[in-house]
Design a protein around this ligand. Structure first.
Ligand code: ADP
Ligand code: MG
Length: 314
């Protein structure tokens, strides 16, 4: 391709909201053999919502949610934000005790002070959060967080967790004073175009892959919905770049599509890194392409543009 053709293609990309950082990136995209998609916020809308709460202890649902929200309040994780939002809504709109409070002229619960005092907060990457309330340890996160902390998961709870995961939900387990007290189910719907894009890539001879820090069962259920067969789950935040490298081993050209801080090493490691425009700045910086419309169809647009510009005979 001539320099003019490259310039024209870059312009066509820009007009479609596909920002291409240089001619080399444009050229590499024609050879893409694997597209590795991050799950949360890339294939899914990144709008997690609590769909289920199950309290296994005798604790009142409102108190349970207040405790969980207090633990999650300092976390930046999308799951944490979904949980705090849900608990806040429950506390102010669905909880009958609020009506009693109103009768008693107790206004404080309407202010931000509805959360409990928390000490020793720490985020455990790829696992969840830990803190102390009234000197008792509170753990909110996945199975590994609880088992690493020596909390046993009773069979009936494990069964409930499996049920959630098989319906593509992420289960968040909660322990108080090292006893398992409840589970929340969080759902994050797929982007509308996700399945069509996956099918389109396969028709182009490109193999879609999904990578996620989420557990295997949820990951497989989401992958099944979107039509992806090749899944890597329970990948620690630092491990996504290793997944990219494993696909590059035989010399294949690998694209990574992601939105999060966690994804930036993988975006940099990939032959072609594509960041979702609505993603974090770090991801956008690490990528070769930025998909400004936040639409996965532009992964196909980008590959098409490169193939047409370099009119490679396949
Ligand atoms: P991903 O965003 O791809 O799910 P992460 O590494 O951020 O990957 O998280 C992996 C898993 O760790 C999550 O699916 C969840 O089970 C658990 N986790 C992480 N942070 C939190 C949190 N603040 N609250 C509850 N669970 C969490
Ligand atoms: Mg993500």
């Amino acid at each position: 391709a001539t320099p003019t053709a490259v310039m024209v293609a870059t312009g066509v990309g820009a007009n479609n909201g596909v920002l291409i950082k240089g001619g080399d990136a444009l050229e590499r995209a024609q050879k893409i053999k694997y597209v590795i998609f991050d799950k949360t916020g890339t294939l899914t809308q990144g709008k997690a919502k609590v769909t289920t709460t199950k309290v296994f202890s005798g604790m009142d649902r409102g108190e349970f949610l207040r405790l969980v929200a207090s633990a999650e309040a300092s976390s930046e994780h999308p799951l944490a934000k979904a949980i705090v939002e849900y608990a806040r809504h429950f506390h102010f709109f669905d909880d009958n005790s609020l009506i009693e409070d109103a009768h008693n002229n107790r206004k404080e619960s309407l202010q931000s002070g509805w959360l409990l005092d928390v000490e020793g907060f720490s985020a455990v990457p790829g696992r969840g959060v830990q803190c102390f309330v009234d000197g008792k340890r509170v753990l909110v996160g996945n199975r590994n967080l609880l088992s690493d902390s020596g909390v046993t998961i009773p069979t009936h709870v494990e069964n409930f967790v499996v049920e959630l995961e098989e319906s593509a939900k992420t289960a968040v387990l909660v322990a108080y004073d090292d006893n398992l007290i409840g589970v929340l189910g969080v759902a994050d719907p797929l982007k509308r175009e996700a399945a069509v894009v996956v099918e389109g890539l396969m028709k182009m001879g490109v193999r879609p892959v999904m990578v996620t820090g989420d557990n295997w069962r949820t990951a497989r259920a989401v992958a099944r919905e979107v039509g992806i067969q090749d899944v890597r789950a329970e990948v620690m935040p630092a491990g996504k770049a290793d997944v990219v490298h494993s696909f590059q081993k035989d010399g294949s050209t690998v694209a990574m599509v992601g939105d999060g801080i966690n994804d930036s090493p993988a975006l940099a490691a990939a032959d072609v890194g594509m960041a979702i425009g609505a993603g974090t700045d770090v991801a956008i910086e690490a990528a070769d392409y930025v998909l400004m419309r936040n639409n996965l169809e532009d992964v196909i647009t980008a590959i098409d543009l490169s193939r047409k510009t370099f009119s490679r005979i396949r």
